[in-house]
Write a protein that binds this ligand. Structure first.
Ligand code: FMN
Length: 433
């Protein structure tokens, strides 16, 4: 089984100190050439896809510590479609702060313009700061967000299915562009959404853009089991990752789906070097520059809290800890705080891993190739979402040095066998429901 790789695009790299060590102009991450270079490197390495996150509210502390480049992912990916030919283009879209008809249209547009390379990372949005940006009084609770997400994804797929694949007949003689009888309006009236009409253009090349999910809570995994074809979450230890994928597959089967149609590519931050010592020195340099101020604020923000409301030199408030954790990341933070009830927030935050809960691999290309193969052989993963600690350096090193090793060992493709993202991932094209 070939491995699969998704390249996570982030300004200057995923490590919080990346922007301080790369030689590039600090404003480079605001221009298309930065994104185009990363996408071209990923395509040169025959990776499955590139990926853009979406954060629809930023806490202002982030502007101090990190480059802020949260553009609209579909706009960026549409531009990348024009400068690449094969690489998959996965963007994030929120079910809590979008309308399903509108989101369906945007991702299907990308699928058309890219010739079938679009994917949608379905998120429910953790940060409550989003509510105020969208004119909402409250950020819905975790369970409510996931209940809406199920209905949302269902409606989106109905919109995508509102044209039969053969609806366009282009009959010039009789003046019939499309056969109206092959259109099927959703006419959906559910608990949360009402969506009446058809998509404003024919069905897209993949039928459905590839559905992706990265939730780690029980509800998140439940949504993945029902809909996802690609899963970006997974715990950082090998044993836990095997259990995670096994459980996910069992839930996929229970949902009446084929586990062979669901790939697990957990996030893995990588720092590479020609020797172990060189890689370690690069990682140490990034860590030396890491800001303790950023750490505690980021631990709160990624768990779904507003850091401005907390005192870093006091323990987490007891009344907060007594209540339910609003996300899986908050659960990790609460467990660390309960284990050390007198420790100030600063200390607790040090025990929490990076933004997406990923682990940090530091080593040589050979060591990374061994790691990837060992995890695949153990049944923990189908590949990884590669987060270069610095970009584009780490991605170029992965493509130029890790990919050839995997190819020599027969574990990775030596050419693209199709042009669509579904082809790269071995996913079936969904028929019209
Ligand atoms: C690789 C990866 C990428 C993610 N990208 C986003 C993102 O772009 N926007 C977002 O709001 N959440 C993102 N998340 C967070 C998850 O989608 C999910 O919201 C989070 O894990 C909390 O949900 P849970 O409580 O079900 O785990 C990402 C997570 C991972 C592992």
């Amino acid at each position: 089984m070939t491995l699969h790789f998704n390249a996570f695009i982030w300004p200057n790299g995923y490590h919080e100190s990346a922007w301080r060590v790369v030689p590039d102009d600090v404003n480079g991450v605001l221009g298309l050439p930065y994104y185009a270079e990363i996408a071209r490197i990923a395509e040169r390495g025959l990776l499955d896809s590139v990926f853009l996150a979406d954060n629809i509210a930023i806490a202002e502390y982030r502007a101090t510590h990190l480059p802020q480049t949260q553009f609209d992912p579909i706009s960026v990916l549409s531009a990348l479609a024009a400068v690449t030919s094969h690489i998959g283009l996965i963007g994030t879209g929120s079910t809590t702060y979008s309308k399903p008809w509108e989101l369906a249209r945007r991702f299907a547009t990308l699928d058309h313009l890219s010739g079938g390379r679009a994917g949608w990372n379905i998120v429910t949005t953790i940060t409550p700061l989003a509510a105020a940006n969208f004119g909402e009084q409250v950020h819905p609770e975790h369970a409510d967000r996931y209940a809406r997400a199920h209905e949302f994804v269902d409606v989106v797929t109905r919109v995508w299915d509102s044209w039969d694949d053969d609806a366009v007949i282009g009959d010039r003689e009789n003046g019939v562009w499309a056969d109206r009888s092959r259109l099927h309006a959703p006419r959906f009236h559910g608990q949360y959404y009402d969506v009446e009409g058809v998509q404003p253009f024919p069905r897209s090349p993949q039928g459905h853009p590839v559905l992706v999910q990265a939730g780690q809570s029980a509800a998140g995994i439940g949504l993945a089991a029902r809909y996802a074809e690609l899963v970006f979450s997974g715990p950082p230890s090998l044993e836990a990752a095997v259990a995670f994928r096994t459980d996910l597959h069992a839930q996929v089967v229970a949902a009446g789906r084929d586990p062979g149609q669901v790939s697990v590519l957990p996030a893995l931050m990588v720092t590479l070097g020609g020797t172990e010592a060189e890689a370690q020195a690069r990682a140490d340099r990034l860590e030396e520059l890491a800001s303790p101020e950023f750490r505690w604020q980021n631990a709160l923000y990624t768990a779904g809290f507003d850091p401005d409301a907390f005192d870093p030199d006091a323990p987490l408030p007891a009344d907060l800890l007594a209540g339910p954790a609003p996300s899986s990341r908050a659960g990790q933070l609460f467990s660390a705080a309960r284990a050390h009830p007198d420790a100030p927030l600063r200390e607790i935050a040090r025990q929490i891993t990076g933004g997406a809960g990923q682990m940090h691999f530091v080593g040589t290309p050979e060591q990374l190739a061994d790691h990837v193969i060992a995890w695949q052989d153990a049944g923990a993963v189908d590949g990884f979402t590669i987060m270069g600690s610095t970009l584009p350096y780490e991605l170029a090193a992965f493509v130029d040095h890790v990919v050839p090793i995997l190819q020599r060992r027969g574990q990775f493709r030596t050419e693209y066998t199709g042009s669509m993202l579904r082809d790269h991932l071995g996913l079936a094209r969904p028929g019209v429901r």
